[in-house]
Design a protein around this ligand. Structure first.
Ligand code: CMC
Length: 429
């Protein structure tokens, strides 16, 4: 392969060095394009644009491959825990026993939120979407822990914020749920590990003690692991872009939470269940809704279907579908929405429109069925995605801030507005 790509424009020639990744991904570097030729590239939605080099996550959309730090997602989902996977993403390798214990203990130590922060929950109406309070509270942590906000934090300071964020996000989410249902907060317990602690804070109450099962804990571990990173998606790119201005980690992640909220991204898990409920309420006519999804004059889309990168199958969806089946069987739950989702999938995968466009179920298509079985309320589904994505956001922010070649993110545009126009005083308009 050549070392360079030559770009010839208006009699000017630019040699663009070729960059090849570990798995053979190829790019050419157009870093000198504007200064040499006065042209920029145009790529709305960034479908052809690399924004960075990264050593965190690899995915191959054609083959349905997803690996964190080289380890296949299937192996992590089967054998790892969310805490161990978080360590892997943030520190670049699996921890030994001592490191894992220290990491877990640090979560226990930092699980409480500042007592004053509890007042913030009172400021929100009980009907507020929990993603609104989550992003605000994560950003507010910068006000409660100002000693960690520095333009150039040390490695130790970054580690401390990372542990705080990972640990406290559980508490914030569980407290916001308790607030929304008018129940007293359940405080984190020192004898419970990451996932059991979260479930206990969510569902325990003095009148109805929570009965935790291994099946539910494992299903939750699997979901969190599968959501833990997905390279340069919308929310992670947001975290990196905001962080590139040297905004602190809390502020950058708060912005990522807002980006995740949208129904085309992490809000899709909520949108899928709302869609299935609507279809069920209207008689369960799967083909009618498939036709709506194909109709270009209808804004309806098949939520939980399609992906920018996966064009064959989403490996996360495959694992989640099996996990949903297993969990519901073990808990003895029959959810008619699972049957409906399977009928939708079957009909869509046979349909020429979906085949031609390579549209398959994504991570969000079946995850909501599991959250429902566990008892997570519908508007908290995107919040669950946010808890899962936290280690990925942290790992990317850290990689970005520690890379000396990082520049502030600042895309260009092609201006299509009015040409120069003189100001007209109001009386002459
Ligand atoms: N239902 C119907 N048609 C679809 C769908 C869908 N879910 N997704 C894509 N298409 C069509 C789209 O209309 C277009 O058709 P045409 O070529 O005739 O104009 C073609 O497929 C390509 O779609 P696109 O919108 O250009 O693809 P994209 O890469 O920009 O968007 C997506 C990817 C995930 C936003 C999109 O597939 C979608 O809106 N899906 C539903 C929302 C969803 O499930 N989001 C969760 C994504 S996975 C979790 C995460 O990581 O965020």
């Amino acid at each position: 392969m050549a070392d360079n790509v030559q770009v010839n424009i208006d009699g000017k020639t630019l040699e663009c060095p070729i960059i090849v990744g570990t798995e053979g991904d190829k790019a050419f570097d157009i870093g000198k394009l504007r200064s040499t030729t006065n042209f920029i590239t145009m790529d709305p939605g960034f479908g052809n644009t690399g924004s960075c080099k990264s050593a965190i996550t690899y995915l191959d959309g054609e083959k349905g491959v997803l690996r964190y730090r080289g380890i296949p997602i299937e192996q992590l989902a089967e054998k790892s825990t969310f805490v161990e996977t978080s360590y892997l993403l943030i520190y670049g390798r699996l921890p030994n026993q001592k490191e894992l214990e220290a990491f877990s203990d640090a979560f226990t130590e930092h699980s409480m939120i500042h007592e004053d922060m509890k007042n913030l929950f009172d400021a929100y109406p009980s009907t507020a979407h929990p993603m609104a309070s989550l992003s605000a509270m994560v950003c507010s942590m910068s006000a409660y822990y100002p000693e960690l906000i520095k333009e150039n934090p040390t490695k130790e300071e970054i580690d401390r914020i990372a542990v705080q964020l990972l640990s406290k996000i559980r508490t914030i989410c569980a407290f916001s749920h308790k607030k929304s249902i008018g129940e007293a907060f359940v405080y984190p317990r020192h004898d419970l590990r990451y996932v059991p602690n979260f479930l206990n804070m969510m569902f325990d109450s003095p009148t109805n003690p929570y009965k935790m099962t291994d099946e539910v804990v494992r299903a939750m571990q699997v979901l969190l692991i599968l959501h833990a990173d997905h390279e340069q998606n919308c929310s992670t790119s947001t975290v990196r872009l905001v962080g590139s201005s040297h905004a602190n980690l809390y502020a950058s992640i708060s912005a990522g939470i807002c980006a995740l909220w949208g129904p085309l991204h992490g809000g899709a898990n909520q949108a899928v269940i709302e869609m299935l409920e609507e279809i069920q309420a209207n008689g369960g006519d799967v083909l009618k809704y498939i036709a709506k999804a194909k109709d270009k004059n209808d804004s309806f889309r098949l939520m939980g279907f399609g992906h920018r990168v996966y064009k064959n199958f989403d490996p996360r969806a495959k694992i989640i579908k099996k996990c949903a089946d297993d969990l519901l069987n073990k808990l003895g739950i029959h959810d008619p929405l699972l049957d409906l989702a399977k009928r939708m999938e079957e009909a869509a995968l046979k349909d020429e429109y979906f085949i031609a466009r390579k549209l398959y179920p994504n991570v969000d298509f079946y995850s909501g069925i599991i959250y429902r079985a566990i008892g997570i309320p519908l508007n908290m589904f995107p919040v669950m995605f946010a808890i899962g994505r936290m280690p990925g956001w942290i790992a990317h922010w850290k990689e970005m801030i520690q890379d000396p070649t990082t520049k502030i993110g600042r895309p260009f545009q092609i201006y299509i507005g009015a040409p120069k126009t003189d100001y007209t005083p109001i009386e002459q308009r």
